[in-house]
Design a protein around this ligand. Structure first.
Ligand SMILES: O=C(O)CCC(=O)C(=O)O
Ligand SMILES: [Fe+2]
Length: 499
């Protein structure tokens, strides 16, 4: 049975796939060795048999030869053939096939592949990249050391057509066609993987057909393709469909853009509020800070958002990530309408909750508790445990608030008065935390921590704190979060009278 490993949800867990890939390579090497041994064996049999034949021929033509010399030939003809037959009937690679099929349940599923393409497509949309650059490994003007083949680009295009994302699909399919045309040496290999030029043409026409009211262009293109591949029935069928839709005058499907872009405002270009407010050393919040003040940058007063610099050491961050090793699970969210907790395409990460009882004995976790108390001057009793989170391929968290309580709901219910977000890694490209409604983006910087109030003085959620995690483009984004409960804060942060 197939386990769901959710590989696309954590860059870190992709490392597991590397181990599996190593096993596959090893098994194939064993198989290749066995085949080689067999070839060597067959070669030596051939040599022996040629030798025996030569002897037998001499026997026939030379009357002085000892009758005893007929014996080896007789023996050979009687028994060696059976041996050869036995070797021919042996299936090489049976053991390797078993080993490889045992691994099958650990390998990525079709869903994992889909989620990977989702991640790439998200990067393309949010950062406004074009498909041909992406396929060639150019991201935001920087050349990276990969490029995609016609086969991979075609897979991407096909997926986008299925999702009816025709505008981007057009870009990808024309790249696939270019790459295919330029790579004639590998056409046989592509055919073997199920990619033929007529399937490329057909997809191209389908995209154009859906994009333009004017059918002349796709029609001309299709006729050209049919001329080039008269043997393809698929192309002929596609041409007929197209001719019919021209006669009927079908409307092209309109493109409705979801309003997701405003969620990710401040992702592709950094947003800063007017000017920086100020930076200072916080040495007041607790007694400890008088000895070791924290570098604090005030980013917004209302809502109150501050960024602490250099609060974690490399060894602390490593220790926290190590606690997550092998125990990360896919993040879920609470769906208010369905009233249930479920996987959510708007949050593509894996998480581990550092369980209070077992992990507080761990010195690094208790240090984190003390540090968080110092940073916020709040009581952490009855707060939720720390969560260590690793983002996936194009990993993101779409716009949300961390609080539950809207205006007017019961102020005595527990809710998340404050969020503290530690950055456990740098992210070379993408992955900012953005607050679009207050025009603020915060770039992850390892060792720093962001801290903001979600609730106002009356305990109501402040919608100005809506925030998103922008898709990660390059690198592995690690964070640790703490949601602090408002109930024990009665004497720490007294309610003000309403103005
Ligand atoms: O990763 C980020 O930048 C934001 C994460 C976040 O909003 C959350 O975990 O609630
Ligand atoms: Fe959040």
């Amino acid at each position: 049975e197939k386990l769901n490993k959710n590989y696309a949800m954590s860059i870190f867990d992709l490392g597991e796939l590397l181990t599996h890939s190593q096993v596959l390579v090893n098994q194939l090497e064993v198989y290749a060795d066995k085949l080689q041994q067999r070839v060597d064996l067959v070669d030596s049999y051939i040599e022996i048999m040629k030798e025996k034949m030569a002897q037998a021929e001499r026997m026939d033509s030379d009357p002085r030869l000892d009758p005893l010399s007929s014996f080896p030939f007789m023996r050979h003809m009687q028994s060696d053939w059976a041996n050869i037959l036995w070797h021919l009937e042996q299936q090489p690679g049976e053991a390797q096939a078993t080993a490889i099929s045992l691994l099958h349940s650990e390998l990525p599923t079709a869903k994992d592949l889909r989620e990977t393409i989702d991640g790439l497509f998200r990067i393309q949309l949010i950062y406004n990249l074009n498909g041909s650059d992406m396929a060639r490994g150019i991201l935001m003007g920087v050349q990276h050391n990969y490029s995609l083949t016609a086969f991979e680009v075609h897979t991407m295009a096909k997926y986008l057509v299925e999702a009816e994302e025709y505008i981007e699909a057009r870009d990808w399919i024309s790249v696939a066609l270019d790459l295919y045309q330029a790579d004639e040496a590998n056409w046989d290999l592509y055919e073997l993987q199920g990619l033929s030029s007529d399937s490329l043409f057909e997809l191209h026409v389908e995209v154009l057909d859906n994009l333009s009211a004017d059918k002349e262009m796709p029609l001309a293109l299709m006729m050209e393709a049919v001329k080039r591949h008269p043997e393809s029935h698929n192309l002929k069928r596609a041409l007929t469909r197209l001719e019919m839709s021209v006669r009927i005058g079908e409307e092209p499907q309109g493109q409705e853009m979801e309003d997701v872009f405003s969620y990710f405002r401040c992702c592709s270009s950094e947003c800063r509020r007017g000017s920086r407010l100020y930076c200072l050393y916080n040495s007041k919040a607790t007694a400890f800070l008088r000895l070791a003040p924290l570098k604090m940058e005030l980013l917004s007063l209302d809502p109150y958002v501050v960024l602490y610099h250099d609060v974690l050491s490399d060894s602390e961050m490593l220790a926290l990530k190590t606690l997550a090793k092998g125990v990360l699970v896919r993040s879920v969210t609470y769906n208010v309408t369905k009233k249930e907790i479920s996987e959510d395409p708007h949050r593509t990460t894996k998480v581990v909750w550092l369980d209070r009882d077992s992990d507080l004995s761990n010195s690094v976790v208790s240090r984190m508790e003390i540090l968080t108390g110092d940073m916020t001057s709040l009581d952490l009793n009855s707060s939720e445990p720390f969560q260590v989170i690793n983002y996936g391929i194009g990993g993101h968290y779409a716009q949300h608030a961390d609080y539950f309580t809207e205006n007017g709901s019961d102020p005595h219910l527990p809710d998340r008065i404050v969020t503290v977000l530690f950055y456990l890694s740098d992210v070379p490209l993408g992955g900012a935390t953005v607050f679009p409604l207050i025009n603020l983006s915060v770039m992850p910087k390892k060792g720093s921590a962001l801290f903001w109030y979600n609730l106002d003085h009356r305990g109501h959620g402040m919608s100005s704190t809506y925030h998103s995690a922008c898709p990660v483009v390059i690198g592995s984004k690690w964070i640790m979060t703490k949601w602090i409960n408002r109930l024990p804060q009665l004497f720490r942060r007294p309610c003000l009278r309403e103005q």
